[in-house]
Design a binder for this molecule. Structure first.
Ligand SMILES: [Zn+2]
Length: 262
């Protein structure tokens, strides 16, 4: 019985193998026919002079799993359209862009000309905060907004100290177009007393320092609450700095043009 079964299985196996062979033979004939037809056209592509592999092949080979992770993606083709001009959105927001003057802690002019650009969502939020303050007879005054990475580099070249300047390689929230340095002004344009000047590096500028006169604490609270209400968040060491929390924007190298400035 077992012998018969083995015999039957062997016959079945052999006939299947024959079928495969036949199919293979048929495929070979078909392939040959096709090759003969296609050959005149594909010949050139198939036999090429030996040379370096093309770029695509190169790229696919140069990306093994062990490859170093690429540096953080940056806005390689930055465009003006990636940013909104705060002054154009609301001309009543005061600009005092200190890095476009020598009146800053580096004592030198860093920006070629002053502009307050921000990512569109951050700019809209800022205008909202300004309008809320206007109802109280107050308004915003900007010290710094988007800071192009080439300008961050200039700042770093002047003050290569991470305690005061974010290293360009790390990237500041300003270079993402999502941070602002600002204060509140009254109807006459006078700055409210925030306890220290802008870019004062010391404990007095810290937001967790409660050892300050009551009006100063009240002014700082108003600034913080107004900015937080529209999606910004402050930091511990600088009462004037707020970052927009909406999105994770890339670092940008876009530098605004100055030719129309006089
Ligand atoms: Zn800042």
């Amino acid at each position: 019985m077992i012998k018969t079964l083995t015999l039957l299985l062997t016959i079945l196996f052999l006939s299947a193998a024959c079928e495969n062979e036949k199919r293979n033979a048929t495929t070979t004939v078909l392939e040959k026919l096709l090759k003969d037809t296609i050959a005149p056209f594909s010949h050139k592509n198939k036999i090429g002079p030996p040379g370096p592999p093309n770029r695509i092949a190169d790229n696919s080979r140069s990306a093994p799993a062990s490859a170093k992770p690429p540096a953080e993606a940056t806005n390689t083709a930055p465009e003006k359209n990636d940013f909104s001009d705060v002054a154009a959105l609301d001309p009543s927001i005061k600009l005092d862009i200190r890095y476009a003057t020598a009146d800053n802690f580096t004592k030198s002019k860093i920006y070629d000309c002053p502009r307050c650009l921000l990512r569109p969502e951050a700019a809209k939020a800022l205008v909202k905060a300004h309008k809320a303050l206007q109802k109280k007879g107050l308004g915003l005054k900007m010290f710094d907004c988007y800071r192009p990475r080439p300008y961050q580099q200039r700042l770093w070249d002047k003050v290569p100290n991470p305690d005061y300047v974010t290293p360009p390689a790390k990237g500041s929230m300003h270079s993402r177009g999502a941070a602002v340095d600002l204060t509140i002004v009254d109807e006459k344009g006078n700055e409210l007393d925030m306890g220290t000047p802008y870019d004062f590096f010391g404990k007095e500028a810290h937001t967790d320092n409660m050892n300050l006169p009551a009006p100063v604490l009240a002014n700082r609270r108003l600034l913080r609450e107004t900015l937080e209400a529209v999606g910004f968040k402050g930091i511990r060491t600088e009462w004037w700095h707020f970052s927009f929390q909406g999105k994770n924007y890339p670092l940008s190298d876009y530098v605004w043009p100055c030719e129309k400035q006089k």
